[in-house]
Design a protein around this ligand. Structure first.
Ligand code: NCD
Ligand code: ZN
Length: 342
């Protein structure tokens, strides 16, 4: 069985920097035409000039002949001023602004400490038409980690979109039924990305029968009921749900550690993993819109015109990939993908 699809885009991707780009850029460029590149480097990408310089480093790692385009983002901080937003939009490399609640996830220490601190920046984003990308988890240490997304929706996202109904918002890497319901109810200015790991795995895969550090990401995997709600949303054909892998590689020793980093590396075979989800759900005919149409439409970008082919043919996943001087263990490392990109 073969599928012909418009070449897809990845609307949530971590490429990292330095030597890691030699692994991450070719892995994504093999499949995807464009990717929204997260700005959570250390230090973060907070200005148009930094975004442009990072973009050049990414472009330098494209395989020969590749036309892969990184769509850059800015990292929102309490100190981001409206002029920075306007300058970024005018320079042309920046397509969105990312809100990390301070302390919510990997490299979020410089993130936002209270929503009202960024109101002036958000108003500038509405003016110039830049979308806000949100890591949707509360950071209160007393809140159970499995409830953090749901509480963020109630305490932060509903008030935000009521205050700024014109602001385009992407709730990134949704993990719960409550997030699916929020996105459905919030109106046309709100959408969500869904990752392969949250569609394929639940918290038993992470925790039962042994701790699997390579399945640890944030927001953390939830229970089966939530996974099923995500599959139902992603395969529903509703344009507010689209592809964003959140491929977030870390060197093996930082994952297999007493205090392991959050992030799953999926870029090497992400589309193949999504195809498995859509096949299992009996919705392969909806994969193309989720992977190649709805995200571009939300970002007001032209849809890609090139096509790619996927075949239902198992292929082994290496146990690890080189990652600069280190190694990265991929999702499904040492196991099989059920589909192959031709
Ligand atoms: C991401 C990372 O490693 O940069 N980690 C993750 O678990 N998803 C950050 C993020 O997207 O939360
Ligand atoms: Zn991410």
């Amino acid at each position: 069985m073969q599928l012909h699809l418009t070449r897809p885009d990845d609307f949530h991707l971590h490429l990292r920097d330095g030597e890691a780009l030699g692994t991450t850029v070719p892995a994504t460029a093999r499949t995807f035409s464009r990717a929204v590149v997260m700005p959570n480097l250390v230090p973060p990408i907070t200005t148009a000039d930094q975004a442009k310089a990072y973009k050049e480093r990414i472009l330098a790692q494209r395989p020969p002949g590749s036309s892969f385009q990184p769509l850059m983002t800015l990292y929102l901080t309490d100190a981001t001023c409206p002029d920075t937003i306007r300058a970024a939009q005018a320079a042309g490399d920046v397509y969105a602004v990312k809100l990390y609640p301070a302390g919510a996830t990997t490299h979020s220490a410089a993130g936002v400490t209270a929503m009202e601190k960024v109101f002036p920046a958000l108003e500038a984003m509405i003016d110039v038409g830049l979308p806000l990308l949100v890591h949707g988890e509360v950071t209160d240490a007393t809140v159970d980690i499995f409830d953090r997304e749901q509480l963020f929706i109630e305490h932060e996202l509903w008030p935000l979109i009521k205050r700024y109904p014109e602001l385009r918002v992407v709730m990134e890497h949704i993990t719960t039924r409550q997030a699916v319901e929020f996105v459905r109810e919030a109106g046309d200015a709100v959408a969500a990305t869904v990752t392969p790991q949250h569609l394929l795995y639940n918290r038993n895969h992470l925790l039962a029968g042994g701790l699997r550090p390579h399945l640890y990401c944030l927001p953390v995997l939830k229970c089966e009921r939530h996974r099923q709600a995500l599959v139902e949303a992603a395969t529903s054909g509703e344009p507010c749900f689209f592809l964003g892998t959140d491929s977030a590689p870390h060197g093996r020793q930082f994952k297999e550690a007493a205090c392991g980093c959050a992030g799953c590396y999926s870029a090497f075979g992400a589309l193949e993993l999504y195809a498995e989800v859509f096949e299992q759900a009996g919705a392969l005919e909806r994969l193309e819109a989720f992977a190649s149409h709805f995200g571009a439409d939300f970002y007001q970008l032209p849809r890609n015109t090139e096509t790619i082919r996927l075949e239902k043919k198992p292929q082994p996943v290496p146990a690890a990939f080189p990652f600069g001087k280190e190694q990265v263990v991929p999702l499904r490392g040492g196991e099989f993908l059920q589909w192959t990109l031709l």
